[in-house]
Design a protein around this ligand. Structure first.
Ligand code: SF4
Length: 206
């Protein structure tokens, strides 16, 4: 994997939310702020300066750079706890209340896999910290999540190599997406429906 450009860990989260969003950000370099990205930035401001502190014998590193040659990933962990028994525990900050979201879990699992490779130790779990409710949601680094990280990274690489923009999901996810204006999911879906209708208009088998 050393001869390929690494994928940013955030791309896995974007892909798991919506492949088109991932392409717009990581292929077309489009980015727009909305209330959700603004809240996310405000939360990450708490942990975006590198440094560390000691809490009850646990070293807590902020903004720790991450990489994995095996998976071809780079990124940054908001927090990593280094416990006295050698346990590494990544914590990803998210705005909003405590709620499960697969796209967040993939991002955290990718961080765990990077830490495993960097420090040569298993990282069996980490947590998402939900800033609004001040609560942690623990996420085990399951075999299913490990597979999903590898599959998602491969799908993103294929998308980047193809240069094609995936179709819009055009569902409830679009309401919270900052790229709605750039993406125009409703218009693109209507255009695709129109094209399909045109293609079958003179179908001789009808
Ligand atoms: S508006 Fe919808 S389809 Fe477009 S990038 Fe956002 S989530 Fe994906």
């Amino acid at each position: 994997m050393t001869d390929i450009d690494p994928i940013h860990i955030s791309a896995l989260q974007h892909w798991a939310y919506c492949p088109r969003q991932c392409a717009l950000i990581h292929q077309e370099q489009a980015f727009e702020d909305n209330i959700h990205t603004a809240r996310g930035q405000a939360v990450h401001h708490l942990v975006d300066q590198p440094g560390y502190e000691m809490k009850a014998g646990v070293k807590v590193e902020r903004a720790l750079p991450l990489w994995s040659e095996g998976f071809g990933l780079i990124g940054k962990a908001d927090l990593v706890e280094f416990h006295p028994d050698g346990t590494l525990y990544p914590v990803e900050f998210k705005h909003g209340r405590k709620r499960g979201a697969l796209h967040d879990d993939i991002q955290l699992a990718a961080q765990a896999l990077c830490l495993e490779e960097m420090f040569g130790r298993p990282v069996p779990k980490g947590a998402i910290y939900h800033a609004s409710s001040h609560r942690r949601r623990e996420v085990p680094t399951t075999e299913a999540l490990r597979r999903l990280v590898a599959e998602t990274a491969a799908a993103i690489r294929a998308m980047l190599a193809s240069g094609r923009l995936p179709a819009p999901v055009n569902d409830g996810r679009c309401r919270e997406c900052s790229l709605h204006e750039v993406c125009q999911p409703g218009m693109v879906a209507a255009r695709d429906r129109h094209r399909r209708a045109l293609a079958t208009l003179f179908d001789p088998t009808d």
